[in-house]
Design a protein around this ligand. Structure first.
Ligand SMILES: [Zn+2]
Length: 107
């Protein structure tokens, strides 16, 4: 969350903004991130940053999981540990982003 906030500030500064009013995040299913925990961290970390009065919007997006047994890739919204195809063990596929800044509203 801290690095995301720093990134948001960097974007806002380079755009000449004095404050951030809204931050939208995409959180992949793969990350296991709990939105409530993110919101709490945001509330603590945003103090004395450009995002001090910003609201946080969290969008959950599906992530790709690759099965370690049959190689099938499944796009899932929630983490599950068995393959829908062969019921083998699903592992995380490459390229699944866990936390991503998707949109920034600045003043
Ligand atoms: Zn499988």
């Amino acid at each position: 969350m801290q690095s995301t906030l720093q990134l948001a500030e960097k974007h806002a500064r380079s755009a000449g903004a004095t404050s951030i009013s809204r931050i939208c995040l995409r959180v992949g299913a793969v990350s296991g991130v709990v939105p409530e925990a993110l919101e709490f961290a945001f509330g603590v970390l945003k103090k004395r940053t450009l995002a001090e009065s910003a609201s946080l919007h969290i969008e959950r997006v599906p992530s790709d999981f690759r099965c370690s047994d049959c190689g099938r890739v499944a796009r899932l919204r929630e983490i599950r540990f068995d393959c829908p195809e062969c019921h083998g063990l699903l592992i995380v596929g490459a390229g699944g982003n866990d936390l991503e800044l998707s949109h920034l509203q600045i003043d």
